[in-house]
Structures are given as C-alpha cells and as structure tokens.
Design a protein around this ligand. Structure first.
Ligand code: SF4
Length: 222
C-alpha cells in the first residue's frame, strides 16, 4: 500500500487521475488530510463512497501511534512514535511566545556521528519518506489539539542525507491548500553535506534558516 502523505499536491493529482477520477478531487483529499487531519478515508464525506473505496484499496493514511510521551518542566514535550514497521522515531514540541515549534526527525538513526550529539549512538536503519516526516506534525496536532506554526529539521537524522524526501515534506507543509506553514517558518539543519547545500541553495524555496553543524560547534549560515 502506498502512503498517501508521500505525495505533494501535484503528485496526488496524478495519482487520482490514475484512479479515473477528476484532478480536483486531489485538492479535496489534500484538505481532508492536512486541514482536517482525518484518520480515515471514511471521514472524507464530500467524496463518493466509490472513490473512498478506491483510496482504501490503494493507499494508507499512515497514522502514527504514540509509544511514549514525556513532558519537561518548561513544557517541552517529547514523543516516541511507532512508525508502523517496528521502528521508533522521536519528535519534540516546544511552545514559544510566537507559537508551537516542532522538531522533526528525518531518518531512523543517523550515519553522521557528530561528537556532541546524543543521537550519535543510534544506528542508522533507514531514511523516512516525506509522508513519514509530515505525519509527525499531524500526529502531534491531533494529540494536543493545536496548530504548529514552525518546523525545524533538527531531530534524529541528517536531513540532507534524505534530500528528496525532506524537500518534498517541506513542499507539503508549505502548501497553502493544506498545512500552510510559511517557508520562512521552516528550518533545516545539516552536519555539512556540501553538494547538497549547493543543491538546496538552487531550490525555489525560501526557508527561514539553514544551519550548518560541525563536529564540535554550530554556526548559523543564512
Ligand atoms: S547529523 Fe544531526 S542527528 Fe546526526 S549525529 Fe549529527 S547532530 Fe546528530
């Protein structure tokens, strides 16, 4: 089964056309997933039952379960999610005066081995798909009944080692017909994968900031 959250809106239109449905249906589905944050296709009540059945036959909504939730004295909340294949990932919610900020993971484990990082000992298993990245945000919004206004790619994993899926997740989060978080409210960190840094600079996305980490220190690059 394909994860329907792996598709940005243009890609979802192509998938819906393959199901012999009109492309505008993709916008309706996109709204149900990212505005209404539904957990089943049956909740998409402006779609025909026939289309809902086609969606069920071809896609999953990839709904995460919380394995553990910890809250710090300052209100920061850490979630461990079961990502439906036996692996666990970590996501952190921070409540600032300007809104809720979510730190998402981009991989299960990490290859980079930065000396200062508590995640260094976590063995790399695999990269997350874009839908698996976006579901971290949706799962926290459902759990807390909030809207998240900022996203930082500073959880477990090197985002630029999972370049295509991270950029697609940014496009999904940024889409005005769905989650609608401005690109200036999304930050990506990297341990310093230089070719991917140049590639990111050529993308037509104005991220809020872009951080480069080295093994022992961190500097804000842009
Ligand atoms: S890239 Fe990020 S998650 Fe990976 S070891 Fe370095 S700081 Fe930790």
């Amino acid at each position: 089964m394909k994860n329907i959250k792996d598709y940005n809106l243009d890609e979802l239109k192509e998938e819906i056309i393959k199901l012999e449905e009109k492309p505008y249906r993709a916008e309706q589905i996109f709204k149900w997933i990212y505005e209404e944050n539904v957990t089943s296709f049956d909740e998409m009540t402006n779609l025909s039952i026939a289309l809902r059945n086609k969606l069920k036959e071809n896609f999953t909504l990839c709904i995460y379960k919380i394995v553990k939730k910890q809250e710090s004295k300052d209100g920061t909340k850490k979630y461990l999610f079961d990502i439906l294949d036996g692996n666990i990932i970590e996501t952190v919610l921070m409540n600032y005066h300007h809104g809720y900020s979510l730190c998402v993971s981009s991989q299960v484990g990490c290859k980079m081995g930065c000396k200062f990082c508590a995640s260094t000992g976590i063995k790399f298993i695999r990269s997350l798909s874009s839908g698996e990245i976006v579901e971290q945000l949706l799962a926290v919004e459902r759990e807390e009944n909030i809207k998240i206004s900022n996203v930082v790619f500073m959880g477990i994993g090197e985002p630029l080692d999972n370049y295509d899926n991270v950029i697609n997740a940014v496009k999904i989060m940024n889409n005005q017909k769905g989650i609608n978080i401005g690109a200036r409210h999304i930050s990506i960190s990297t341990s310093g994968l230089v070719p991917k840094i140049y590639k990111l600079a050529d993308e037509n996305i104005r991220l809020y900031s872009f951080y480069i980490f080295t093994c022992n220190n961190k500097r804000k690059a842009q």
